[in-house]
Write a protein that binds this ligand. Structure first.
Ligand code: SF4
Length: 383
């Protein structure tokens, strides 16, 4: 396959920066007030793990997730009592609520009636194509999108043999067969997700699909695992596709507090430079030249910048000899020596202080940076 061309731009200070990957153009659908696909920002999703029938607890978790940066939330609808509870959740949630349906198409119909902003359904596990079509017709009448999910667990029998030999091709063929059905009834508000628990198969299948179709894509690696290993797997699976311009929304599925899913999702987008949520912290791995406790110093700086949302690069480096040069892309950086500390901007030392004054000096420089950033922002917004 041909990989997308990486374009570089030369900034005024001579530092090379990578342009954002060219995003594949997809058909935009609206999930409540949030757009997926087209030119919309890549939306971050998560899923509650409370009992949906416990409305108060579910709403509390949605609120926490929203505060962390979640833009779309999915709730499980395992029964009709959950579909009924959905009414209250939808009416009180400030982010669009998606109903997650398995096995019983009537739960999808009940969720549409309860005001779900989108239905997530695996057409392969709801008991036949007629039922799937009935859900689509109801979704069309309500003006809401469907996310059709395809994964190994819900593949039709006739594709299982192909899956054993060519799993990515089998998953994509399954997705197209459902899209054909929807096209026949004139339903087009579709988001597609093609997932496997293998990051590699997920990548291959989504590449293959994106080459042939323009439907909005929801990315994910199913059952990615616990926090550490799952984050890495998701970052590789989802991050590789995003770096190629594929994907319009995604969920990082972790066996952890769902707030962690949002944290990891933001880190993936930030690492690729696709969406910037906070300053980027660069810190060196330390080596035999380091004469200070850089791990703790980095933690301190991380805490200081934790609540900032300005797009700065901050560096924390372990020695004065190599630090400023190695981190010359940083807008503001510090180096810690045995007794002295340095502050630098874009590789140039701007101040030398005693080691014990380094953090205060850093805070003062950061405050100046914040003022300058805010006044630049005001200038840009003035008519
Ligand atoms: Fe080693 Fe200094 Fe480079 Fe850190 S900045 S890795 S301490 S040479």
């Amino acid at each position: 396959m041909l990989f997308p061309e990486i374009k570089y731009k030369q900034s005024t200070d001579g530092v090379l920066a990578v342009n954002l990957p060219e995003r594949k153009k997809t058909r935009k659908v609206m999930v409540g007030r949030v757009a997926i696909g087209g030119d919309a920002p890549i939306a971050i999703q998560s899923m509650t793990n409370t009992k949906t029938t416990n409305v108060a607890l579910t709403l509390e978790q949605i609120k926490n997730l929203e505060s962390a940066g979640c833009e779309l939330i999915r709730v499980a609808i395992p029964g009709f009592d959950a579909a009924e509870a959905l009414k209250m959740i939808v009416s009180q949630s400030t982010i669009p609520v998606i109903a997650d349906i398995h096995f019983d198409y009537r739960l999808a119909l009940a969720s549409i009636a309860s005001g779900a902003a989108k239905i997530r359904i695996n057409p392969g596990n709801i008991g036949g194509r007629e039922r799937f079509i009935e859900v689509a017709r109801n979704a069309e009448a309500a003006g809401i999108p469907l996310r059709i999910g395809v994964n190994a667990g819900s593949l039709e029998k006739k594709l299982l043999e192909l899956y054993r030999q060519k799993p990515a091709e089998a998953l994509v063929e399954s997705a197209f067969s459902y899209l054909d059905l929807l096209e026949r009834i004139g339903y087009s508000r579709v988001v597609v997700s093609i997932k496997a628990s293998s990051a590699f198969i997920t990548i291959q299948a989504n590449r293959l699909f994106a080459e042939q179709a323009s439907n909005a894509l929801h990315l994910g690696v199913t059952e990615a695992g616990p926090l550490n290993t799952g984050s890495i797997k998701a970052a590789i699976g989802i991050g590789t596709l995003l770096a190629e311009g594929i994907g319009d929304t995604f969920r990082v599925s972790l066996t952890a507090n769902p707030v962690e899913e949002i944290r990891v999702a933001r880190e993936i987008l930030q690492a690729l430079g696709i969406r910037i949520f906070k300053p980027e912290l660069i810190s060196c791995p330390t080596c035999g030249r380091c004469e200070t406790d850089l791990v703790n110093l980095t933690k301190t700086v991380e805490t200081i910048i934790a609540d900032l949302s300005l797009p700065l690069r901050i560096a924390v480096m372990g020695c004065a000899v190599n630090g400023p040069g190695e981190a010359r892309e940083a807008d503001l950086g510090i180096c810690a020596g045995k007794k002295q500390g340095l502050l630098f901007r874009k590789g140039k030392v701007v101040k030398t202080v005693k080691l014990e004054q380094l953090i205060d000096a850093f805070k003062a420089e950061l405050a100046d940076e914040l003022l300058a950033y805010n006044s630049r922002k005001e200038e840009r917004t003035e008519c």
